[in-house]
Design a protein around this ligand. Structure first.
Ligand code: MTE
Length: 324
């Protein structure tokens, strides 16, 4: 993973919605209630009918955080992506992720749980209060966005499978389907597929850690990790694994894709930390998108991406220079 800024994948100014689709919670609720907003956006059965049947017609319950910062235009969040399963260029996921079938979709939960099993995405979401969370997303490549996600706490799902006392870590696995994911069948890819990530169980249980199924009032676009992705806002973006099909509760720390590829550069913890530089670049500042050569929009990076108050206790007494 390295900084690659390709002008061709940057949305042109003319493509950017002049007014944010998505400004206030009230507007979002109106969107959520409208069939135009939620019907037929992609193949997942997260339609108005589906939402109505689950008492969602009045919109989601809002409990989320909101940093009160300018929300990144949807066009950027959905066209400047990292999703190596579809290629390494920032524009590749938006161009090719449409080739992915996301319905039907199920997730298998295994390992240190009393009730292992496979669950269809519809059942997984049944009875779950979806919430809006406006979070900063800070990539390890030193760019960032502010994204309004729709999702629910990770703990909500894990609890259904009853983790045992031996469960100390969680491993997440992305779909491996080379027929539909051209990056996985690329001769040049050095990633050992499938993409895997992990958290300590107490991190996964933290109320800020969510599974997202939507963003900007819509079902997740495929390029952003449809139909189910992790969002861990205080960690570098690579921890927020997309298109999850596997969850394994473990006694030991799982192997994670980027840590295996380049252990000196990408740690297991990957907490956003302006005081620990990447070996090849500084992490003190970040480019808040949209940014350009003439208007770089560089801002200071905050410890734990601005969520220190909430998450610092998870790391009390830990040397964050060594456990980067
Ligand atoms: N998940 C999978 N399966 N494959 C990936 O290549 N890239 C990660 C993360 N999740 C990645 C992934 C990285 S490096 C980042 S920064 C974020 O997704 C980007 O999320 P976004 O494209 O929705 O902004």
């Amino acid at each position: 993973m390295h900084i690659r800024v390709r002008a061709r994948s940057d949305p042109k100014p003319s493509e950017i919605t002049p007014e944010r689709v998505y400004r206030t919670r009230r507007e979002f609720m109106a969107l959520a209630a409208s069939s135009v907003a939620l019907g037929g956006l992609n193949a997942l059965a997260l339609t108005e009918d589906w939402l109505d049947a689950r008492g969602f017609a009045d919109g989601p319950v809002f409990k989320g955080q909101d940093p009160g910062e300018e929300i990144t235009p949807f066009q950027y969040a959905s066209s400047y992506n990292n999703f190596y399963e579809f290629g390494t260029d920032k524009g590749d996921p938006a161009q090719y992720a449409g080739e992915l079938t996301v319905d039907p979709w199920s997730v298998e939960v295994t390992g240190e749980v009393a009730k292992p099993g496979r669950i269809a995405i519809e059942d997984l979401l049944a009875g779950v209060d979806l919430e809006e969370r406006v979070y900063r997303l800070r990539c390890v490549e030193a760019w960032s966005m502010v994204i309004p996600w729709i999702g629910f706490p990770v703990k909500r799902l894990l609890d259904r499978f009853e983790p045992t006392d031996s469960a100390k870590y969680v491993e997440f696995t992305t779909l491996h389907r080379p027929e539909e994911m051209r990056g996985q069948r690329s001769f040049f890819s050095s990633i050992d597929w499938p993409y895997v990530e992990g958290l300590r169980l107490d991190e996964a249980y933290h109320p800020l850690a969510i599974f997202a199924v939507g963003m900007y009032g819509k079902v997740l676009p495929n390029q952003n990790g449809a139909p189910l992705r992790l969002v861990v806002p205080w960690k570098y973006g690579f921890k927020s694994i997309k298109s999850i099909v596997g969850i394994r509760l473990m006694r030991r720390q799982p192997r994670t894709t980027w840590n295996v590829m380049a252990p000196d550069e990408y740690g297991f913890y990957a907490n956003v930390n302006p005081n620990v530089d990447h070996p090849r670049w500084s992490q003190k500042t970040e480019r808040r998108l949209p940014s350009s050569f003439f208007s770089p929009n560089r801002i200071d990076t905050m410890m734990f991406n601005g969520y220190a108050e909430e998450v610092a206790p998870l790391y009390a007494g830990m040397n964050l220079r060594r456990k980067y």
